[in-house]
Each structure stands twice: as C-alpha cells, then as structure tokens.
Design a protein around this ligand. Structure first.
Ligand code: FES
Length: 115
C-alpha cells in the first residue's frame, strides 16, 4: 500500500510504501532533516510536527519515552515514525539559521519604530 506524504512548508510531495519512516520518505523527497544518530532515536534532532496521526503506525514505546510528553503537541521523531496508509502531512521545523535571522530582523524593525 502506498502513502502520499507532503512536507510543509515546502509543499514537497512523495509517494512511499507502507512501512517507510518519515525520515526515509524525506530523503526520498529530497527534503533535508538533519540527524546525528543515523536514525537510532538518540540524537533528538529529527523532530517534526504531525497534526493528524491517522495514516501512521502506532507509536512505539522507545519513541514515547524519548519524547516524554512532547507527542501530545504533535511532535514526532521522523526516524521512528512509520507511515502506514493514506495521506500524511509533515510540518518541518523552521531552519534554525533562518529563524535566528528573522528574529534579529524583527527586533531591529521594532527598535527602528521606537525612534
Ligand atoms: S535521527 Fe536521531 S533521533 Fe531521529
């Protein structure tokens, strides 16, 4: 069975087989998700946000332990999240460098409006 995966905000789509992890799907779609542990659930760097878990396999205890409550906000580890069926939308976290630049620009704009 195939799963249609969309990576937002890039609007990048890929179709993968059931049983593929989100990290594998990202690589197949050419979407960069930085990791250090090679997908062994130990670096915690592959966090993504998934609002609707309908098309996902049940979360395993290892991932639940690592997330320690963060899963309740929709956070999942891309290396441990297994795609199962249907259509799944993955929200990628903002690029840390771009987020830092955007924050600095916003602060500068705020300072400029005070003068
Ligand atoms: S790749 Fe390291 S925790 Fe997922």
């Amino acid at each position: 069975m195939d799963v249609q995966v969309t990576f937002e905000p890039l609007a990048r789509k890929v179709k993968v087989r059931s049983g593929t992890t989100v990290l594998q799907a990202a690589r197949r779609a050419g979407v960069a998700i930085v990791t250090r542990c090679g997908g062994n659930a130990s670096c915690f760097m592959c966090k993504v946000h998934i609002e609707d878990w309908t098309g996902l396999a049940p979360m395993k205890e290892n991932e639940r332990r690592k997330l320690s409550g963060l899963e309740q906000t929709g956070t999942r580890l891309a290396c441990q999240t297994v795609l199962q069926e249907g259509q799944v939308v993955i929200q990628l976290p903002p690029d840390p460098l771009r987020a830092a630049i955007a924050k600095q620009l916003a602060q500068r704009q705020e300072e400029d409006t005070l003068w």
